[in-house]
Design a protein around this ligand. Structure first.
Ligand code: GNR
Ligand code: NI
Length: 180
């Protein structure tokens, strides 16, 4: 179990272009395992390596949709290494997005409904697949991270500035409360 600190705006690392993963080896396996621990603890449904200050083209996802039976959510971990969007549908959909690097802020973001992705899996095999629904939203959100893009970049300037100000204000108030 390895929890990694999640970086938040306005950390400039979030704006860097992540570099391709060169080798799928034991060291990468350890990072992937720590990223899942960090994502489940947050909790979140996705995490890009750059959010733990490792600017490599790697992301993990577990939508953890509640099971029919009730009780514990079944874990369905997905690893995407060097993911590429091969095709995005003309049809769009909006989803109320949040981001662990932009704490407690949510906004409606419009994106392509369906995407076709090519990636390398945790065993080093190249795979391809088509994704819709929340998986499509989350994949696009995480691939944006690999390119230094945040969900707020899809909003109007006014809405983006409002979200950034709210995050900064909440942090100032948290720090003030910690001193008192
Ligand atoms: O946990 C997360 N939830 C979420 C909700 C709607 C759209 C995207 C996401 S991803 C986010 C975790 C995160 O910040 N990943 O980069
Ligand atoms: Ni995010």
């Amino acid at each position: 179990m390895g929890l990694l600190p999640i970086i938040e705006i306005p950390d400039p690392i979030l704006r860097t272009q992540s570099e391709p993963v060169e080798r799928v080896d034991r060291e990468l396996g350890r990072l992937i395992s720590d990223m899942f621990d960090t994502m489940y603890a947050a909790p979140g449904i996705g995490l890009a390596a750059v959010q733990v200050a490792v600017p490599r083209r790697l992301l993990v996802i577990d939508l953890q949709e509640p099971e029919e039976e009730g009780g514990e959510a079944v874990k369905r971990p997905h690893v995407f290494i060097n993911p590429e969007i091969l095709h995005a549908s003309d049809a769009r959909k909006t989803y109320n997005e949040g981001c662990l690097s932009i704490p407690e802020q949510y906004a409606e973001v419009e994106r392509p409904d369906v995407v076709r992705i090519r990636w390398t899996d945790a065993d080093g095999a190249v795979r391809e697949g088509e994704f819709d629904g929340l998986m499509s939203v989350c994949l696009q959100h995480e691939i944006d991270h690999l390119n230094g893009v945040l969900f707020i970049d899809h909003l109007s300037r006014l809405k983006r500035d409002m979200v950034v100000r709210k995050v900064m204000k909440a942090r100032r108030e948290r720090e003030k409360a910690a001193i008192l």
